[in-house]
Design a protein around this ligand. Structure first.
Ligand code: SAH
Length: 298
């Protein structure tokens, strides 16, 4: 038995054990691919890649993931990046046309399809067109990307609230629908998607909400991929550090004390570059002050 047939037999076993569904003709599966590392795909996503006739993929889907589709699959780019891609309407129309032609259509999106991914809009268009569909959630970059940067989205000593917010409006501006002041007051940890371009303005808004200019900020670029890059800065320096470093998108911005946990939790740098991890990055167990009087025991 060669390697690929062994893999097929093993996958058939996993499929059976996990009760994974068959991809029916004429269906669309809207699937989250996770932030990049193929290991973060769900079994449902892998099962979809195995059976799809057409993979209609987003700009953010990592190439290594596309390589996992079966030999029967053809690929159609369904992204809107850099202005020269298709419009949202064209992508939706194409998805519907392929399903009506009897294809098993895998609409593959970066992260989770329902988190800043227009998955809801695309699914509603399928409802209107009477196309049956399935939603497969994915690991959103705001969770998975943070984990690969060694930043927990919540930590008992730091926050009981975390917010996920977009830093970009359809028109390309900072969203005026986001109440930055309320967010700054209420959310100790703020995870900003699509914010790199407007990082300066966003930082100003958050400082205006009463947050310290020295509050830590991390910028995580290409999270969970081989190109992952993280810079640590502060609200006051975020814009200048981002432009001086030339850190590229896609990137997440994390604002909050949770960033201070990185020296303890940056497991990826420990694994790749031998970074030594600190057990007490928040300095909780500072040496206690000497008691005023010491009792001498002889
Ligand atoms: N549905 C996606 C988000 C799409 S919006 C999800 O759940 O992750 C696009 C934004 O997501 C990017 O501008 C960036 O802020 C973020 N993003 C997606 N993948 C990323 C990655 N691998 N690294 C860093 N940011 C990422």
């Amino acid at each position: 038995m060669n390697r690929s047939s062994a893999a097929q037999v093993e996958w058939a076993g996993v499929k059976h054990a996990a009760g994974l569904p068959a991809f029916e003709r004429g269906w669309v599966w809207l699937v989250g691919a996770g932030p990049g590392d193929p290991g973060l795909l769900t079994l449902h996503a892998f099962n979809a890649l195995n059976q799809a006739d057409v993979v209609l993929y987003d700009a953010l889907v990592d190439e290594s993931i596309l390589g996992l589709a079966g030999p029967q699959a053809s690929y159609v780019y369904g992204g809107k990046r850099s202005g020269d891609g298709a419009t949202q309407q064209e992508i939706t129309d194409q998805m519907i046309a392929l399903a009506r032609a009897g294809k098993r259509v895998l609409r593959l999106k970066g992260g989770d399809p329902f988190v800043f991914g227009r998955g809801g809009e695309e699914a509603l268009a399928l409802v209107a067109a009477h196309i049956p569909f399935r939603i497969v959630p994915g690991v959103t970059s705001g969770i998975g990307g943070l984990a690969y940067a060694g930043i927990p989205a919540t930590h008992r000593d730091i926050n009981h609230v975390v917010s996920f917010v977009t830093g970009h409006m359809a028109g390309g501006d900072v969203p005026d629908t986001v109440n930055w002041r309320a967010l700054g007051e209420a959310s100790p940890v703020i995870v900003i998607y699509m914010g790199l371009k407007h990082i300066g303005r966003i930082a100003v808004e958050i400082i205006a909400a009463g947050r310290s200019p020295d509050e830590p900020v991390a910028i995580i670029s290409n999270a969970t991929t081989a190109k992952q890059l993280v810079i640590e800065t502060t609200l006051a320096r975020a814009e200048s550090d981002a432009s001086a470093s030339g850190i590229p998108g896609p990137a997440l911005i994390v604002v909050g004390e949770a960033v201070r946990l990185r020296p303890g939790l940056d497991w990826l740098s420990a694994a790749l570059h031998g970074r030594k991890l600190e057990a007490d990055p928040l300095r909780k167990s500072r040496p206690r002050k000497k008691p005023a009087r010491t009792l001498s025991v002889s």
